[in-house]
Write a protein that binds this ligand. Structure first.
Ligand code: NAD
Ligand code: 3PG
Length: 416
C-alpha cells in the first residue's frame, strides 16, 4: 500500500462573513432554500464543471454540492484548504476521490435512500416495456407505421427477474416485481435477507443462466467494472433482456451492442453510460443507438420531483450540521463524531494525521493557555483523527492557532 500524502500544516480555517456554498448540476431548490435560511451565501450552477473549471471555482468555497457528473480530484481539493465538506446530492460517491478528501480533512456526504424508490419504479416500467417491445411500437406509430403484432410480446407474470446487487434499490425492486407475479432471484457479494419469496443464487453465473430479465444495482467499484462483459452476456438466456440503471462502468457497451445485434439478447434498457454529457446541451452518442427493443434514457433513474426535493433537504441538513456543529454522522469517508453544542463553551474542530502523541500535544496547548476542556471527543481511522473539543474559557482563537501550527495538523477551525 502506498504511503498517504497529507497537506502541509496550515493556518486555521476562518469563515469571514457567511459560509459560501457552491451547488452544481441543477441541485434541487430545496437545498438552496435551507442554506439561505441559515444565512449561507449560495451560488447555483445548472451543469457540472470540468476538472480545470472546478479547480478555479472551488477556491474560497466552504461547501461544495455536486451530483453524479462532477469529478472531485486531489488537484481541486488541494486548491481548497477552506473547503469544509462535499455533499453528493445523489447515492453514488465514486465521482469523488474519497481517500484524498479524507486526507484533506474534508468529509463527503450523500443521500443513501432518497431516490431509491424512483429507480425501482423506472426499472419496473422498463421490464414491461421490454417485454412488450413498447419502445419500438411507440416509435413506429409516431412515424406513421401500424405494426399490430403479438409475436415476441409477453406478459411479465411468471417470468424470472435476476437482480444483481440486492441493496436499497435491488430489494425494493424485488418486492414490486413479485407483486406483478414475477419470480425473483438475486446475487450479492454480501449475505442479504431475501424478502418475500426471493432467493439468493450462489453465483452470478447461476443468476444469468436462469433470468429472463437481468437488472444491475451494484456500485461502481474495481470489482464491478465491466462485470457484464462478453462472457457474462453470453451466459444470459437467449432472448433475455439486460437493464442497467447502476453505473456506466458496470457494462461493456460494445459487447452489449454485439449481443443485441446478434439476436442473443432480446432487449436492453440503459440509463447510465461509461461517458455521459456534462450538461443537457451537450450531444451524446452510443453504440446502442438505433438498435431494436433498446430503451435509452439520460441517467434519470433518480430524477423525480419527489426524490430530488427529498435529496436536497437530506444532504443540506447534513452539510449545515457539519458547518454549525462539526457533526460528521453519515459521512462516507470520515471518522464519525456528533456532539451537541454545549452552551457557554467554545468549540474547536481539528483534523490531524493519526500519529502517536497528537492528543498529548493538543492538550498541552490547552493547558498552557490555562483553559479547561469541558468535553473532548476523538474518532479516528487509519489515516486521520477527528477531534471535537469544547473549552470552558474563550481561548479558542489562540488554541486554534497553536494547534494549526503543529506538524500533524490538517484542518482546524472554531465553530462560531
Ligand atoms: N440511475 C440512477 O439515476 C441511479 C440512482 C440511484 C443509484 N444509482 C446507482 O445504483 C447503485 C445501487 O444503489 P443502492 O442504493 O441499491 O446501493 P446499495 O449500496 O444499497 O446496494 C448495492 C448492493 O450491491 C452489492 N454489491 C457490491 N458489489 C457487488 C458485486 N461485485 N457483486 C454483487 N453485488 C455487489 C452490495 O453488497 C449491496 O447490497 C448506486 O451505487 C448508484 O451507483 C443510480
Ligand atoms: O448516484 C445516484 O444517486 C444516481 O446516479 C443519480 O445521480 P444524479 O443525481 O446525477 O441524477
Amino acid at each position: 500500500m502506498s504511503t498517504p500524502t497529507f497537506p502541509s500544516p496550515s493556518t486555521p480555517v476562518s469563515i469571514e462573513g457567511p459560509p459560501k456554498v457552491l451547488l452544481l448540476e441543477n441541485i434541487h431548490a430545496s437545498a438552496a432554500e435551507m442554506f439561505a435560511a441559515e444565512g449561507f451565501q449560495v451560488e447555483r450552477l445548472k451543469g457540472a464543471l470540468k476538472p480545470e473549471e472546478l479547480e478555479q471555482r472551488i477556491q474560497g468555497v466552504h461547501v461544495l454540492g455536486i451530483r453524479s457528473k462532477t469529478n472531485v480530484h486531489e488537484l481541486a481539493l488541494a486548491k481548497a484548504p477552506q473547503l469544509l465538506a462535499v455533499g453528493c446530492f445523489c447515492i453514488g460517491t465514486n465521482q469523488v476521490d474519497l481517500a484524498s478528501a479524507n486526507r484533506h480533512g474534508t468529509p463527503v456526504f450523500n443521500a443513501p435512500f432518497s431516490n431509491t424508490r424512483s429507480v425501482a419504479e423506472l426499472v419496473i416500467a422498463e421490464i414491461i416495456m421490454l417485454s412488450r417491445q413498447l419502445g419500438d411500437r411507440n416509435r413506429e406509430v409516431h412515424t406513421g407505421q401500424w405494426r399490430k403484432v403479438s409475436v415476441g410480446s409477453y406478459e411479465v407474470r411468471g417470468k424470472t427477474l435476476g437482480i444483481v446487487g440486492y441493496g436499497h434499490i435491488g430489494s425494493q425492486l424485488g418486492v414490486l416485481a413479485e407483486s406483478m407475479g414475477m419470480r425473483v432471484i438475486f446475487y450479492d457479494v454480501m449475505t442479504k435477507l431475501p424478502l418475500g419469496n426471493t432467493r439468493a443464487t450462489a453465483t452470478l453465473e447461476e443468476l444469468l443462466e436462469n433470468s429472463d430479465f437481468v437488472t444491475l444495482h451494484v456500485p461502481a467499484t474495481p470489482a464491478t467494472e465491466k462485470m457484464m462483459g462478453v462472457a457474462e452476456l453470453a451466459r444470459m438466456k437467449k432472448g433475455a433482456s439486460l437493464i442497467n440503471a447502476s453505473r456506466g462502468t458496470v457494462v461493456d457497451i460494445e459487447a452489449l451492442a454485439n449481443a443485441l445485434r446478434s439476436g442473443h439478447l432480446g432487449g436492453a434498457a440503459v440509463d447510465v453510460y461509461p461517458e455521459e454529457p456534462e450538461t443537457n446541451s451537450d450531444g451524446f452518442s452510443s453504440a446502442l443507438q438505433g438498435l431494436s427493443n433498446v430503451i435509452l434514457t439520460p441517467h434519470i433513474g433518480g430524477s423525480t420531483e419527489e426524490a430530488q426535493a427529498s435529496i436536497g433537504k437530506e444532504v443540506a441538513t447534513s452539510l449545515i450540521k457539519l458547518v454549525k456543529t462539526g457533526a460528521t454522522t453519515g459521512a462516507v469517508n470520515f471518522p464519525q463524531v456528533e456532539v451537541p453544542l454545549i452552551p457557554k463553551t467554545h468549540r474547536i474542530l481539528n483534523v490531524h494525521r493519526n500519529t502517536p502523541g497528537v492528543l498529548r500535544d493538543i492538550n498541552r496547548i490547552v493547558s498552557d493557555l490555562n483553559a479547561n476542556i469541558h468535553a473532548q471527543v476523538l474518532s479516528t481511522d487509519a489515516n486521520i483523527g477527528y477531534l471535537v473539543m469544547d473549552l470552558d474559557q474563550d481561548v479558542a482563537a489562540p488554541v486554534c492557532q497553536a494547534i494549526a501550527s503543529l506538524k500533524t495538523d490538517i484542518k482546524t477551525r472554531i465553530v462560531s
